[in-house]
Design a protein around this ligand. Sequence first.
Ligand code: AMP
Length: 218
Amino acid sequence: MAQGLRLVLFGPPGAGKGTQAQLLRDSLKVTHISSGDLFRHHLGQGTELGLRAKEYMNKGELVPDEVTIDIILDKILSVSDEEGFILDGFPRNPHQAEELEKALNGKSRNIDKVVHIEVSEPELLRRLGGRYVCRACQAPHALGEGEDAASKKCDQCGGELYQRDDDGPEAVKKRIEVYNQETMPVLGFYRERGVLADIPGDNTVGQVNKQVMEALGA
Ligand code: AMP
């Protein structure tokens, strides 16, 4: 049977990784794995993992590797070869990228493509300030000027929309700093492996989706 796509969506917070991952999941029928969604799910359930992750998430810092890597790799390795996956938010530092590579190599697999969505910092700040997330299915929504989250429901499942604690100005500043310092070096890792595609992410959702599909040769 044909193998599914193994893709990493890469980019700063607010680049649109979650939105693009959902579009690709629906069109390519691959599993979407978001490390942030997984942590938020645990947080909502009040599990030990969720409580541990919360102290880092709320400050805009990375959850330590010893908490993150095993749980995400478990999820990745549980996806069948035929189905394939899109990673959104993982790997977020070179050590995570190395551990992911080791785990996939253990199954004679590799990452097929890393799509890097580039967005300028002013645009990231603008987007994160107006971003609301569905409490039930985690779908991200951009609220337009004058729109009120309380009167709007998730356009995917009708769930309640809320603003993430870490989308406040202080945490956003920290998350962008962490991205520049800890996450950006992952790009060099994948560039060396010849799987990196850079695409501009300042455009509309539809235009970015088209460029992602082109980068995938789809
Ligand atoms: P995200 O939804 O991808 O913006 O992630 C929200 C928060 O979850 C991040 O700011 C981190 O605190 C934590 N997080 C998500 N993915 C990772 C990861 N791969 N490594 C460490 N922390 C992560």
